[in-house]
Design a binder for this molecule. Sequence first.
Ligand SMILES: [Zn+2]
Length: 232
Amino acid sequence: MLKGDVFLREKLGIVALMAVLAGIIILSQTVGDRLYEQVSGRADANNLIVIDSGHGGKDPGKVGINGVDEKDVNLKIALKLKKILEEQGMTVIMTREDENSLADSKSEDMQKRVAMINEGKPALAVSIHQNSYPSEEVHGAQVFYYTNSTDGERAARIMQEALLDVDSDNKRKEKANDTYYMLKRTEVPVIIVECGFLSNRSEAELLATEEYQERLAQAIAKGIIEYTSGEK
Ligand SMILES: [Zn+2]
């Protein structure tokens, strides 16, 4: 009888010990999960990018010397860029993913783009455009940022350098601007990437090709990743 009692007590002791151990394991897992959520949650905010494909619908943007519409070149580059960034684990919000604009009037279209950027609160918004100039010889990609944004300036500097991958002879420098609606009205770092001049014959021809669009998208993705990782 006494011997059995001790045996029972030992058994109960082991059960209690196992219960405590199980409790510790479950608790540490929960704490671990929470920590992971916090860390990955922060990483997510840093990984969120808005890609704005300029113009669309009735607004063609610039029309190239070769007849190509800026809105189409912008969208092609933007979609390629989205794919690359998502493959790198980034989250992408697109202001447009088809040929349509966001509204019938230009002012409402721009307001909607700005609202998407401000509500999305991305680490960076990149607006894709093509340039044009009266004299045909002018060419080369150029990046614009808001005059009063130090983050925008850093992003533009990194992006201008990344774009040397597509044209190592490009002497253009990133440029501050305080008049563009998109730069003035946005509350997060925004850069406008003018990928090239549709008024320059050879650049317009290049911009119309899938291969050059892909190279541009790769270079822009590299710039975005360098900016968000804080490497430069
Ligand atoms: Zn444009």
